[in-house]
Each structure stands twice: as structure tokens, then as C-alpha cells.
Design a protein around this ligand. Structure first.
Ligand SMILES: CC(C)(COP(=O)(O)OP(=O)(O)OC[C@H]1O[C@@H](n2cnc3c(N)ncnc32)[C@H](O[C@H]2O[C@H](COP(=O)(O)OP(=O)(O)OP(=O)(O)O)[C@@H](O)[C@H]2O)[C@@H]1O)[C@@H](O)C(=O)NCCC(=O)NCCS
Ligand SMILES: Nc1ncnc2[nH]cnc12
Length: 285
């Protein structure tokens, strides 16, 4: 009996890591996604392929597992924030090694890393809302060991005075909790296929996210096109309807013409799928 808690930690950590990786793969394969890598092709990217995205996802399993192990039933304090920051940066190095130096999943390591930690902090059993709030508490803590780099994301948030990946986590993932997760479940309820429901969830994120990938590549024109186009898909009835599919194809063409790729929205879709599975681990999705 003495061994039971350890078995629970190890089994729980392994499940969380496997699930997080699978959600990255499910996101990457989902098609047709506007401007993004999917099972049709490379979208607006010259240096990314589906095979590379999948290799990157697999390279992150040990990082997710270590994050879960180290966070199990621990409180949100500076010591844990530093451990999570260190493991996240090591994960970024693993990703870069696996992809030959291409940034495939930096934003996903951040979002999913925090969420994996947060589930583990709750002992593996909590609602999606509690997990998102726990992750936010961790994201708000300072990480003094973080190198001071002026990233593309920071440049875009300063230039356009908008929130980015940091703020999304610190505010408890509003694009997941208030938009994507409700849309995913609503579309399923209305009889959409699983792929259509996931595409609708992506559209729900894209209607209002200030995606710094889009801003860096295509400025405010690109961001407006992304948000308006995603709204048009949902207003047309979503991806299960012929009108919604037409609007989605139009949005795809626009994103390609503007060289825009909503990589931040894609990361948040993977994180949405993760929270969906954490909350309903035995469902067929
Ligand atoms: C807090 C960090 C995420 C760092 O954030 P910051 O904004 O400073 O830095 P970036 O390097 O720009 O990374 C942010 C990535 O987050 C995604 N994202 C963008 N907007 C949002 C948003 N509004 N909400 C949520 N997430 C968002 C996005 O990731 C995806 O895009 C990546 C590709 O981007 P890029 O390199 O720009 O690629 P291209 O456009 O293709 O470039 P070119 O071809 O033009 O060269 C891809 O990776 C997707 O994942 C942003 O890129 C965080 O990283 C951090 O502080 N980490 C430290 C470690 C830590 O504490 N970890 C704890 C948890 S493990
Ligand atoms: N499918 C995808 N295509 C391009 N960038 C991404 N970042 C995360 N997922 C992505």
C-alpha cells in the first residue's frame, strides 16, 4: 500500500504527457486549417512540415512528463515556478534539437506545459476551470532565471499594444475557457463530426485572439482578416455547413495571400483538446 501514491504520480504523469503529445499531433493533423500546417500541406510556412510538427510533438513527451512529476500536489510558489521555467526551457531545446532549429511549438510548450503542471498540482483530478486558474497562478509568478530576450511576441505586443501568450495564461486562458471549449462541445452536440467541431473551436479562438505570429508576419491587416474571416465561418453555421466550408476556404486563401499563420491559435486549440480530455478522460474523443 505504501507504494500507491508513487504509482499514482508515475501513472498520472505518464498519462498527462502522452495526452499532451497526442493533442499536439491531433492539432497538427486537423484539416483544413487556414494558413497552418495540416495534413494537406505546409500552409503559409516554408520551414515547417507535418512530419516536423509530429517529430517536435514526440520530442516534448519527456518534458511534459517531468513537468507533471515535479508539480504533483505542489502549491503555486516561486520554487515550483522556477522548476517549471527551467523544464520549459529545456523542452524548447529538445524541440529545437528535434527540428534542426525550427520553432514549431514554443507557444504550445508554454500553454500545455503550464496546464500539465496545473493538473498535476491538483493531484490529477480537477475541472478544466480549476486547472486554468491554477495555471494562471503559476504564470503570474516571476521567474528570475528567465533570460531577458526581446522575442517576436514581445515586439508585437509592444508595437500593437495587445496581449500575447503571457497574458493569455495569466488571465486563465479566456480563449480556451470562454470560446474554444464551449464551441467544441456545442458543435459536437449539434451533430458535427469531431474534425468539424475542432475546426469550429479553432475559429472561435481566431475570432478574437491577438495572435502575435499573425501580427509579426502580416500586421494589423492580417489580424483583422483572421478575426473577420473566422467570424464569417461561425456566422455561416460553422464547418459542418456548406456555407461555413466556403467561408473557411476563403479565409485559407486570404491567410496564404497575406503570408499569415495563426500559430498561437493552433497552440490554444491543442490546449483546448487537452483540457477537454482531462475533464472527460473516458469519452471517445
Ligand atoms: C511566454 C512565452 C510564450 C514567450 O512569449 P513571447 O511572446 O515573449 O515569445 P515568442 O517567442 O514570440 O512566443 C510566443 C508564442 O506563443 C504563441 N502565441 C502567439 N500569440 C499568442 C496569444 N495571443 N496567445 C497564446 N499564444 C500565442 C506563438 O506560438 C506559435 O507560433 C510559433 C511560431 O512562431 P514564430 O517563431 O514567430 O514563427 P514564424 O511566424 O513561422 O516565424 P518566421 O517563419 O517568420 O521566422 C510556434 O512555435 C507556435 O507554438 C508564439 O510564437 C514562453 O515561451 C516563455 O516565457 N517561456 C519560458 C519558459 C517557461 O517559463 N515555461 C513555463 C511553462 S513550460
Ligand atoms: N499546425 C501548425 N502550423 C503552424 N504553426 C503551428 N504552431 C502550432 N501548430 C501549428
Amino acid at each position: 500500500m505504501k507504494l500507491l501514491p508513487q504509482i499514482q504520480v508515475e501513472g498520472g504523469a505518464e498519462w498527462l504527457a502522452r495526452t499532451a503529445t497526442q493533442c499536439l499531433i491531433d492539432e497538427a493533423r486537423l484539416s483544413p486549417k487556414p494558413g497552418l500546417v495540416d495534413s494537406r500541406g505546409n500552409g503559409a510556412h516554408h520551414d515547417l512540415t507535418l512530419a516536423l510538427m509530429e517529430r517536435s510533438a514526440h520530442s516534448l513527451t519527456p518534458t511534459f512528463q517531468a513537468l507533471a512529476q515535479q508539480s504533483w500536489q505542489r502549491p503555486a510558489d516561486i520554487a515550483l515556478r522556477q522548476t517549471v521555467g527551467r523544464l520549459g526551457r529545456e523542452g524548447e531545446q529538445q524541440m529545437m534539437k528535434a527540428t534542426g532549429g525550427v520553432n514549431t511549438h514554443r507557444g504550445a510548450i508554454w500553454a500545455l506545459g503550464l496546464l500539465v503542471s496545473a493538473v498535476a498540482m491538483q493531484g490529477g483530478d480537477a475541472s478544466a476551470q480549476t486547472v486554468a486558474e491554477t495555471a494562471a497562478r503559476l504564470a503570474k509568478l516571476p521567474d528570475d532565471a528567465a533570460p531577458k530576450v526581446f522575442s517576436k511576441g514581445l515586439r508585437a505586443t509592444h508595437r500593437y499594444r495587445v496581449p500575447g501568450a503571457r497574458e493569455e495564461a495569466q488571465e486563465a486562458f479566456p480563449h480556451i475557457m470562454q470560446r474554444a471549449l464551449p464551441q467544441l462541445r456545442l458543435s459536437r452536440l449539434h451533430g458535427s463530426s469531431e474534425a468539424q467541431a475542432r475546426l469550429d473551436a479553432l475559429m472561435a479562438i481566431m475570432t478574437s485572439l491577438t495572435d502575435t505570429c499573425v501580427l509579426s508576419r502580416a500586421g494589423m491587416e492580417g489580424l483583422d482578416a483572421m478575426q473577420d474571416g473566422a467570424r464569417a465561418v461561425l456566422n455561416a453555421g460553422g464547418c459542418a455547413t456548406p456555407a461555413g466550408q466556403l467561408a473557411l476556404a476563403t479565409l485559407d486563401r486570404q491567410m496564404l495571400a497575406l503570408n499569415a499563420s495563426p500559430g498561437g491559435a493552433a497552440d490554444l486549440l491543442a490546449a483546448t483538446l487537452f483540457l477537454d480530455r482531462v475533464e472527460t478522460p473516458y469519452s471517445k474523443h
